[in-house]
Ligand binder design. Sequence first.
Ligand code: SF4
Ligand code: SF4
Length: 385
Amino acid sequence: MSGNKEKVSSVKCLSYDKSELLEKVRDAVKLAGGFPSKVKKGSSVLLKPNMLTARAPEYAVTTHPEFIRAVILLLKEIGAEVSVGDSPAGGHKWEKIWTDTGIKKICQEENVRLIPFENAKIIKFKKDQNIPILKELDDFDAMISLPKLKTHILTKVTGAIKNSYGLVIGHAKSHFHSVYPSPRKMSEFIGELYGHIKPDFVIMDAIVCMEGDGPNTGYPFNAGVIFAGRDGVAVDSCAIRVFGYDYKDIMHITVAAGKGYGIADWDSIEKLGDGFEELEKIRGKRSKADFLFKIPEKLFFVITMITKSRPSIDVAKCAKCGICIKACSQKAIFKKNEMYNVTASRCVLCMCCIEACSYQAISLRSSKVWEFLLKGRQLLNKLKK
Ligand code: SF4
Ligand code: SF4
């Protein structure tokens, strides 16, 4: 920290051009105060990008491979030993995830280890809960989080705090969605858990973000910035400005800050770099999660049933891979006559199937009532301006 303030950098970067990116990432890290002392010659460092599902980089679902490469090159300059890994949504084969995201190629080219997140160690959470997280985490001297800035249909946004949730192994991630079956409960859980799986440094890919119904079914959106800092809460608090949010609008950030896991207050952050000039000009479109958070907690299931807010499978896009069935902890997805469908009454709206589908075939359906409410809200916002 500088004085009482937490440093966050934001650097303008308009492309994934290899040489430009390396210099911009270098600037962002330097402005944010540099890597912590444990990242040094001979130390082993885990890079944790967002590898949500098997999608090509241009869809902006996963951290761009060239972004990962830039951080690898920077760490190689220091002499650190680098490994890369993440636990994706659903039951995709590692080979498919690594190949389709382009991450395998750059890891091979840079000769760094790509590790599957398969082995678990248990951490205790809230006295009686066992959370399986990556066992190999203990083998690394440091973990650097490389989140992709995206909207999120359940938690409004996903950045550094949510990227740490990828350290939870495989199907346990979907399981906890059923333990915390509402956007508020899940956000609270993610914010609290973050304190147990904090990265040592964060470098966020917000060059091409995702707007609309992220993290998988939104649209690429050019924000053209990189964020960096030692405090993931502070980095998130700055990055969400891309969508016009204040940290108080985002529950998992508020909870993490409230627990003392980082600084979220805008005035308590030292903001460094030319990217901050851009922030007020950029406005990515938000997701339907804004509406879900307005539903009173006790009425969440009933109201979402009445408004027919459930995942819908587009037959034309469906590749019949069956991944959504594996991703659903509620057994709400079934296959009949070679068609995949959702049993609405079983669905807890965890969005795991939407996250896991590599073909963007599942989206959150909205009823006419919902469309009417959303349009009304957009109109009100315009009138306020
Ligand atoms: S909707 Fe179709 S393509 Fe998508 S995960 Fe399910 S089976 Fe696969
Ligand atoms: S069908 Fe419902 S419960 Fe099952 S994964 Fe999808 S959103 Fe979650």
